[in-house]
Design a protein around this ligand. Structure first.
Ligand SMILES: *Cc1c(COP(=O)(O)O)cnc(C)c1O
Length: 453
């Protein structure tokens, strides 16, 4: 397709209807989430709810939450979302927080906040501040470490893929500004031992963040449904902050997460004030300057419209679908679920030398499924949403066929993505991978937008 005319601003503006038609046509070849073929990225529960979110978003389309005084409607909604989420996560009246643009911002900010808080108390020695996190912690925390000059200290996982608390303890020193645990972790969907980490953090006087970006709007309902979930929220003494994404299992529009702190003593270090700017005295509660009002309104609307009963019903469906999927996977002798995930996110891998799990992923992709690959160890990933209920049988059938096919044709492990990942696994220096991927990024973001495949 010749795209060259799209690379310059048209001399004469196009018809708006033509522009919209073009936008529609661009979707061809995108991941197919409406047919429940995707296992990450989109939390879609149907057209009716989506239309409703669009309406809510549209009502505050132009409003800007940068200045809490200008659009009091947005501040009010942000406040209500924060309070509703604090209640959901068993926080008391002193819990405070902000809405952010998403999980990443809700992970970046605490690192900056706790770093500056530690600096204000001069509680660390000279040298780099350090944060301690499980190897399975979301990659956003690695990003935070890099952005804010904090040293990431990784802790290995136990055999059940939850963090080893004794190993956390050993890594604490006077430069430790923060401990992080996940509820649950993104790769394997398991909850770290939050109560034990909380006790340790409290004993040592170190802030402790629970990354519940994935679980914040799911685990409380799973628990209410009667599943056994160990306390992971503000009920645990020692937990000083929690992140929970409304744009994941809160089923809101993208661009909405909640970051909560146990009290203002922590949150105040997140605020940015610059009083000498020629543009005026500038205040900003979170990372962004301009903050889209639509995302806040849609988050507020989603929570209000679904309500406890709506979330419970969705959680029930998700948990039943998860159980059905896991049962189907367990019925395939060459596959296993990794550990025993509490929620609706899990990893599955091959137990057979004859079955390369990435080749299985390639086969599934040929059947139209978009499954994410995990590494160290190699596995595939599933994030279950309510609409996966209707495709469970087809998915398991396709998975069975894919495993059979890979088993009968070992050469498949040397083709496609399997070959790529296989090669990566063998590269002796991981630094080389980084170099290669960076090169790829330069091509994708280069003037010619060269996509690798
Ligand atoms: C999704 C996720 C994040 C990052 O959230 P984004 O909204 O993708 O920026 C952080 N932590 C966990 C546990 C997550 O699942």
């Amino acid at each position: 397709m010749d795209n060259s005319k799209n690379l310059t601003i048209p001399e004469k503006g196009l018809d708006r209807s033509e522009v919209l038609e073009m936008l529609r046509s661009f979707k061809e070849g995108d991941a197919n989430y409406k047919d429940s073929k995707t296992w990450s990225l989109v939390y879609y529960i149907g057209e009716e709810h989506t239309r409703f979110l669009i309406d809510a978003f549209a009502l505050y389309f132009s409003e800007n939450a940068l200045n809490p005084m200008a659009f009091r409607s947005l501040k009010r909604m942000e406040h209500e979302v924060v309070r509703m989420t604090a209640g959901l996560l068993n926080g008391d009246g002193s819990v405070v927080g902000t809405m952010t643009s998403g999980g990443t911002e809700s992970c970046l900010l605490p690192v900056m906040t706790y770093r500056d808080r530690a600096a204000s108390k001069r509680s660390f020695r000279s040298g780099m501040p350090e944060m301690i996190a499980p190897e399975s912690v979301h990659v956003a925390w690695e990003k935070a470490a890099r952005y804010f000059g904090v040293k990431m200290v990784h802790v290995p996982l136990r055999s059940d893929l939850r963090v080893d608390v004794e190993a956390v303890k050993k890594r604490i020193n006077r430069n430790t500004i923060l401990i992080v645990g996940s509820a649950p972790s993104y790769p394997h969907g398991v909850i770290d031992p939050i109560a034990e980490l909380g006790a340790l953090a409290q004993e040592k006087g170190i802030p402790f963040h629970v990354d519940s970006c994935l679980g914040g709007f799911m685990l409380p309902f799973v628990e209410r449904l009667g599943y056994k979930i160990a306390p992971f929220d503000f009920r645990v003494p020692g937990v000083t902050s929690i992140s929970a994404d409304v744009h994941k299992y809160g089923y809101s529009a993208k661009g909405a997460s909640v970051l909560l702190y146990r009290n203002m003593d922590y949150l105040k270090h997140q605020f940015f004030v610059y009083e000498n700017w020629p543009g005026g005295i500038f205040i900003s509660p979170a990372l962004l300057g301009t903050r889209p009002g639509g995302a806040i309104a849609a988050a507020w609307a989603s929570i209000k419209a679904l309500g406890i009963n709506g979330y419970l019903e969705l959680a029930r469906k998700v948990m039943e679908t998860t159980a059905a999927l896991q049962e189907g996977i367990r019925s395939i002798p060459e596959l296993e679920i990794m550990s025993n995930p509490e929620m609706s996110v899990f990893a599955y891998r091959s137990t057979s030398k004859k079955v390369n799990i990435y080749a299985v992923g390639d086969q599934m992709e040929e059947k139209g499924w978009l499954v994410d690959r995990l590494q160290r160890p190699e596995a595939l990933h599933a994030m279950v949403t309510p609409l996966h209920e209707r495709i469970t049988d087809q998915f398991i059938l396709d998975l069975k066929h894919s495993v059979e096919k890979v088993k009968s044709d070992p050469s498949l492990a040397k083709k496609g993505n399997a070959a790529l990942y296989g090669m990566i696994a063998k590269v002796p220096l991981r630094g080389m991978i980084k170099k290669e991927v960076l090169k790829m990024m330069e091509q994708i973001y280069g003037p010619e937008m060269k996509m690798p495949y």
